[in-house]
Design a protein. Structure first.
Length: 253
């Protein structure tokens, strides 16, 4: 049987912000069709790891390949939803135009959008059940609606890999479940998913692999964690509940 193709390869990578070392000699290999949950304490390097893989940041040492090549040449083939911030909520742009921007990476900044592009946006909005919101301002949406719009933007270009950084942090439980179920279906259809989350319990039934990030990376391709391993990853005692996944951090870290 043919082995699964490696779509992300991080080899002995280190990165610092000034004098503060964030990641040290980390290595990670992700195969096509995986659904990776990325967990770890705040400041442990989770978001930095994503930005390195996307080519937004350059490693101080080590190498990274994305879809077999340098990330700068292949990142137009992936989708990315960053952590939600309040800085862009007041910008007067419609949901339709936000999603349309997801095609810009493949079209280029100075190329116009085609009728097919606009049809693709409508189809994606319908797929996520937010078509009726297409003319609303992105800043007028609820947290769950806004995250669905950003998900539509990331998926409208049909990426091979989807990166999500805390995509459900400001969404109620029902909204979280809707997004996780949708991601599971996209993953079943062949999209590789990397999801940064603090809510491990909520995603435990969706993910296939787990990467614990705390200046180092501990990768668990079977999706199972031991208490000793997760304590080491978080740098503090953690209460493990059910299958080594849902947890409560008791001490400051």
């Amino acid at each position: 049987m043919e082995s699964a193709r490696t779509v992300i390869l991080v080899d002995n990578v280190s990165y610092s912000y000034g004098s503060e070392r964030v990641l040290t000699n980390v290595s990670l290999s992700v195969t096509q069709g995986d659904f990776v949950g990325i967990i770890g304490p705040n400041g442990g390097g989770k978001t930095t790891l994503l930005r390195l893989i996307l080519g937004v940041l350059k490693p101080e040492q080590g190498t990274i390949t994305l879809l077999g090549k340098d990330p700068e040449s292949t990142r137009t083939q992936v989708g990315y939803i960053p952590q939600e911030t309040s800085s862009n909520k007041a910008f007067p742009i419609s949901v339709f135009d936000v999603v349309l921007m997801g095609i810009m990476g493949k079209r280029g900044l100075f190329h116009g959008y085609s009728g097919h592009d606009r049809e693709s946006v409508i189809a994606m909005l319908k797929e996520l059940n937010i078509h009726e919101l297409k003319d609303k301002s992105i800043g007028d949406l609820s947290g769950g609606q806004r995250q669905k719009a950003l998900l539509a933007r990331a998926l409208v270009s049909q990426p091979k890999i989807l990166f999500l950084d805390e995509p459900t942090a400001s969404i109620d439980t029902q909204g979280q479940d809707e997004i996780y179920e949708y991601l599971r279906e996209k993953n079943k259809a062949g999209t590789t998913v990397l999801l940064v989350t603090h809510n491990v319990g909520a995603v435990s039934s969706y993910i296939k692999s787990i990467a614990c990030v705390n200046k180092d990376v501990f990768f668990h391709p079977d999706g199972v964690l031991s208490e000793a391993t997760i304590n080491k990853a978080y740098g503090c005692p953690v209460d493990i509940i059910a299958h080594g996944l849902p947890h409560r951090v008791f001490h400051h870290h």
